[in-house]
Design a protein around this ligand. Sequence first.
Ligand code: GLU
Length: 303
Amino acid sequence: MPAPTHKKAYRGRFAPSPSGPLHFGSLLAATASYLQARQQQGEWWLRIEDIDPPREVKGASQQIINTLALYGFKWDNLSYQSQRLALYQHYLEKLQQSHLAYPCGCSRKEIIQFNQQQSKPAGLYPGTCRQGLNGKPARAIRIKLTEPRQTLHDAIQGTQTNDLSQISGDFIIKRADGLFSYQLAVAVDDSTQEMTQIVRGYDLHESSFCQHYLQKSLGLHSPDYAHIPVAVAPDGIKLSKQSAAQDIATESPRQILWLALDVLGQQPPVNLKKQNLKQLWQWGFTNWNLNKVPQIQSVLSPL
Ligand code: GLU
């Protein structure tokens, strides 16, 4: 163990949901977060985000872990969100006790209809149940946004300000089906697992504002952020496990990792393609430079 210093040691993570096998977009997030951590002699944790059984694909957690191992990733800790539910409940109750959360009885259909009439974005919560349920049975639990304007510094995309009341409104922290929301679980985990920086795709950029907001409301520490461009298909749609994006090949990790480094703007030398996986990672540890990652929101997937 390194001797403790005053500066907090770097800790990063990769947090896949087991909703399918790894695709090129997830590999970009894994590679960037891994190299960023390793280059700073930091730790890199793997967290399986398995708190959404309806979206989980059987066997996907192990498949993701196996693929990462085959690609040569080495993690310092492995955790499963499904084993941390008591912690999410604890922080949910904390928000409720501070009157920063409230029950909501609106159905998705009602919210969409309301927003259509008002020409507002479909998913924006209009705050209907803030003043009470009005006789409706409670379904979900929502955070009460009291200071929705948030500014976050992003090490790749720069400083950005967002108004959550225009993006999500009071967002869900516990769903109508009784499951904890992604936002609450990730906010709690990133803070209690003492992450110092989150490197992930730009598709989660708005989520960062929600998670930062929850951490602030809970008096928890917030990590720094760096959002890499998200990999998209030629039609501009983001690759995702649910849209059955192509599983990354397991027979050619070197070539695919080389492509990931290339897409991440690292300009890997062509001869690196012929070298072994260990040499490729070694090159990455030495040469990784976050400043070279393109400051764009999406990038065409080469696969
Ligand atoms: N679990 C999310 C996913 O697989 C990513 C979460 C994160 O990096 O915060 O899309």
